[in-house]
Design a protein around this ligand. Structure first.
Ligand SMILES: [Zn+2]
Length: 80
């Protein structure tokens, strides 16, 4: 689940586009666009099966507070 990084809330966040591809093993890729209906910010979440990516003005609800040098993984980096 995601929250709007501007409002710090998931309350106004809604999926405006969603594309999920399946193969015989299950979900193959996910591509979802979110928009905050309160402030209008948008964000995007993709998962191509190997790596997840979150970009724009959303972030994971349960993500740790951003600290330098800890748990840095390529797929979890905010794209500015
Ligand atoms: Zn917002």
């Amino acid at each position: 689940m995601f929250v709007c990084s501007e409002c710090e809330s998931a309350q106004f966040l809604q999926i405006v586009e969603s594309a999920i591809e399946f193969d015989t093993a299950g979900i193959r890729s996910i591509d979802e666009s979110y928009q905050c209906t309160f402030c209008g910010e948008r964000g995007r979440y993709t998962d191509d099966g190997d790596a997840e990516s979150v970009s724009g003005s959303i972030r994971r609800r349960n993500s740790q507070p951003r600290t330098t040098g800890q748990h840095a993984s390529a797929g979890d980096r905010p794209a500015e």
